[in-house]
Each structure stands twice: as structure tokens, then as C-alpha cells.
Design a binder for this molecule. Structure first.
Ligand code: GRF
Length: 196
């Protein structure tokens, strides 16, 4: 499994995937890391590990993922021989150019039990809603925001006295186990087709 990662922020999920590979729990390789943010820590973390890390020029758009930028991303991923794309804290919505290049091969991790609380700061949404538990979800990406078939979910309790920060930190601990597990599951599901 050759993985390409797209992220906009700290890259702790990328790190968790790398750690899982290093520990021999995941038979995969991260071939390239792409970001829309030239200052994102995820790029630094990747370079520190000798992984090619590239900033995708989003042509001045603040939130949109312009078509040409998506085509640039597709070219970088294909050049690196990627067969699975993992969104890890990537803050733009992917559209047809990427979806058509990697059909059924783009995953996302989201910090809630989808379909509850899609969108931004899902842990805050859960806290505001007063639910007793929330969690995280790994799903296949389609054209919607945090929609697409769910692969795996992990429940996380909301504790008395939780702040947005404490709840987010607990969800992230669960994410760091869930993402490698979901990739492992997908690799197993795809294996018979690959060898047929
Ligand atoms: C994670 O909480 C993920 O669920 C959300 O963005 C955050 C990314 O964190 N989509 P990191 O960059 O992997 O540390």
C-alpha cells in the first residue's frame, strides 16, 4: 500500500500512521505529503523523516480547492506511485479531479461519530449539544462534506468538566489508533481484488 497524505495542520495523524508502519503493524509506505499551507507542521514532520513534502498552490483561494490545484495534487500523487490517499486534517473539500483519479481510494478522518456533527470543530459541536459521548470516524471521501461510506468508528466519552481542548485531545488519541486500523482494514478488503 503506497500512501499519499494531504494535511493542513499539525500532522499528528500522519505521525500515527508512520509510527504504525515503523512498529510493523501496517504494511504500507508514505510516499508523499501534500499541504495547502506552506507553514504547516505536517510538512516539517514529513521532511524530518525524509518523505517528499510539497505545498500545493491554491491560487490565493482561502477555502476553495481550485481545479488546477487538485490537478497538481493528482500529478504529485501519481508521480509518487500512490494508491491510497489519506486526508489528515486537510481543510479543503476535494472535488472531481481528485475523486476521479482515485475512485474509492480516498479516506478522511473526522472527529465525531458521523453523521453527527459534520464540519468544523466537531468536538465543540458535541460539547455544545451536551451529548454523553462522541468519537471519531474514518470514511471514504465523496463530494460532500464529511459524507461517504463509513469504514470504522471509535466512541469516546464526554466527561464532566471537559473543555473543548480536553475533549479534542481525547478524540485525537482515539484517532491515532483508528486511522492505521482503518487503512489496515481497507488493505485487507482490497487485497483479493488486487491479486485477482
Ligand atoms: C484531526 O482531529 C482530524 O479529525 C481533523 O483534523 C485534525 C487533524 O489533526 N480532520 P492532525 O493534523 O492530524 O494533528
Amino acid at each position: 500500500m503506497v500512501i499519499g497524505i494531504l494535511g493542513s495542520g499539525a500532522g499528528s495523524n500522519m505521525q500515527a500512521i508512520l509510527d504504525s508502519i515503523d512498529a510493523g503493524h501496517l504494511d504500507a509506505r508514505i510516499a508523499v505529503v501534500l499541504s495547502d499551507n506552506p507553514r504547516a507542521l505536517i510538512l516539517e514532520r514529513a521532511r524530518a523523516r525524509g518523505i517528499p513534502a510539497v505545498c500545493i498552490d491554491c491560487r490565493g483561494f482561502r477555502t476553495k480547492f481550485p481545479e488546477q490545484a487538485q490537478l497538481d495534487a493528482v500529478a504529485a500523487l501519481q508521480d509518487a506511485g500512490v494508491d491510497l490517499v489519506c486526508l489528515a486534517g486537510f481543510m479543503r473539500i476535494v472535488g472531481p479531479p481528485l475523486l476521479q483519479a482515485f475512485p474509492g481510494r480516498i479516506l478522511n478522518i473526522h472527529p465525531s461519530l458521523l453523521p453527527a456533527f459534520p464540519g468544523l470543530e466537531a468536538w465543540k459541536q458535541a460539547l455544545d449539544a451536551g451529548v454523553p459521548e462522541t468519537g471519531c470516524t474514518v470514511h471514504l471521501v465523496d463530494e460532500g462534506m464529511d459524507t461517504g461510506p463509513i469504514l470504522l468508528q471509535q466512541r469516546v466519552p464526554v466527561l464532566a468538566g471537559d473543555t473543548a481542548e480536553s475533549l479534542h485531545a481525547r478524540i485525537q488519541q482515539a484517532e491515532h489508533l483508528l486511522y492505521p486500523a482503518a487503512i489496515r482494514q481497507l488493505a485487507t478488503d482490497l487485497a483479493p481484488r488486487a491479486s485477482a
